[in-house]
Design a protein around this ligand. Structure first.
Ligand SMILES: Cc1ncc(COP(=O)(O)O)c(C=O)c1O
Length: 421
């Protein structure tokens, strides 16, 4: 017999980085104001979160969360199936269905559990899943759990998808699943083209993971499908509350019959405790604010334009983006860790992204912005990048960004055009 712990005893990578003093993960934050945090006694500007609307510290949102604790206590201590359901969860589902334009929604304890449970119960071993090469890990795990055949198509490439779909045996069920906004580089799915391909296959179902599109895209923050005016064409919309909605939890929205099926079959829903009442109340408050004060979305978009123009004027090697995720290409992983440390020492909290989230040798600094970042904070961030970028060689004229990364924001892989025949 071998020892399953042996690989742990031999695992050196994290120890090696820790020994170098550059380990950039699990930083314990002391206090937070949203757009700034203090860590190791230093106040720094936060550009490493998913708090796009900056609602985690909104007084109205916090008040609602506190009221929910007073009314329901701190936790549900059980599955929604049994003792863990509250009127807040039910109301939240109604509001979410309305926001994304679907018949019904089902709220899970996290976004990860939403993808895991929904995909695994809707798709079976006899079916096929078509999945974007850069889909989130929770989709990948949901696909694995379903035991379906998983066909991965090139990132955001409808031609590659079409080619792969044409090999599909006639009598199998199939799901096309994609992120709406890709979490690492912020590019938006090429939904119009994906839907033209989908139309060739009337029984193909489409699911969008809109974790990073909700509260960001669309006139009302309704997400990617609404942004393109294609809500009707998308069968299922999944979302999470761990980004714009300042909380924790996830949901799946779609036709009533499908949602009811998932409610009674998804094991990650049935056998996991409900999200805490304060978390549900937080999301409800965020939705109320978004409805009453949609100008927050405008402020977020202004900040994204401001920072991307600033990066452009510095000549920084960043990946063009229309979303709050604006990643700076570094390439070398060690260099990325050094840069993150230096950014921090200069007053900026940012996070490196390395393999397996991106391919080896394509490390990025994922920066992201909030509606509540002030111009002063953004100018500060720009000043720090301007100061450090020559030292790290992260200027467009000295560092080549891999083509597949720079072409992302067009949502269109033109190389595939040539390869079609
Ligand atoms: C695209 C995407 N889907 C799903 C999830 C999982 O969401 P949660 O944090 O609610 O588990 C995330 C979070 O990282 C994500 O980025």
């Amino acid at each position: 017999m071998t020892d399953i712990f042996q690989k742990c005893f031999e695992y050196e990578e994290a120890k090696f980085v820790k020994a170098s003093g550059l380990y950039p993960f699990f930083k314990p934050i002391d206090t937070s104001s949203g757009s700034t945090v203090t860590y190791e006694g230093r106040k720094v500007v936060m550009i490493g979160s998913n708090n796009y609307l900056g609602l985690t510290h909104d007084p109205f949102v916090k008040k609602r969360a506190k009221e929910a604790i007073e009314r329901f206590g701190t936790g549900c201590t059980g599955s929604r199936f049994l003792n863990g359901n509250t009127v807040l969860h039910d109301l939240l589902e109604k509001k979410l269905a309305k926001l994304v334009g679907k018949e019904e929604a089902l709220v899970f304890a996290t976004g990860f559990l939403t993808n895991l449970g929904s995909i695994a119960c809707l798709v079976g071993a006899e079916d096929t899943i078509f999945s974007d090469a850069e889909n989130h890990a929770s989709i990948i795990e949901g696909c694995r759990l379903s035991k379906a055949i998983v066909v991965t198509y090139r990132h955001n490439d409808p031609f590659d998808l079409q080619k792969k779909l044409s090999d599909l045996p006639k009598n199998t069920g199939s799901l096309l699943v994609t992120d709406g906004v890709f979490s690492m580089t912020g590019d938006i799915v090429n939904l119009p083209q994906l839907i033209s391909v989908k139309k060739i296959y009337p029984k193909l179902r489409l699911m969008i993971d809109d974790a990073h599109g909700l509260g960001v895209l669309g006139k009302r923050g309704e997400g990617t499908a609404g942004h393109f005016g294609l809500t009707e064409e998308v069968d299922l919309i999944m979302g999470t509350f761990s980004k714009s909605f300042a909380s924790i939890g996830g949901f799946l929205a779609g036709p009533s019959d499908v949602i009811d099926y998932v409610r009674h079959k998804a094991r990650s829903f049935m056998f996991s405790a409900a999200m805490p009442p304060a978390s549900a109340a937080t999301v409800l408050a965020c939705l109320e604010l978004l409805e009453k004060k949609p100008e927050r979305l405008g402020r977020l978009r202004e900040n994204v334009t401001y920072i991307t123009r600033g990066f452009e004027s510095i000549g920084l090697s960043f990946i063009p983006s229309e979303t709050p995720i604006v990643s700076v290409f570094v390439g070398d992983e060690g260099q990325a860790f050094h840069l993150v440390k230096d950014l921090f020492e200069n007053g900026v909290f940012a996070t490196p992204v390395v393999y397996p989230a991106v391919p080896f040798g394509q490390a990025i600094i994922r920066t992201s912005y909030m509606a509540t970042h002030t111009k002063k904070e953004l100018d500060f961030v720009l000043g720090v990048f301007k100061k450090l970028s020559p030292k790290y060689g992260i200027l467009k004229n000295t560092l080549e960004i891999p083509e597949e990364m720079t072409h992302r924001s067009q949502g269109y892989n033109f190389k595939a055009l040539g390869k079609r025949h």
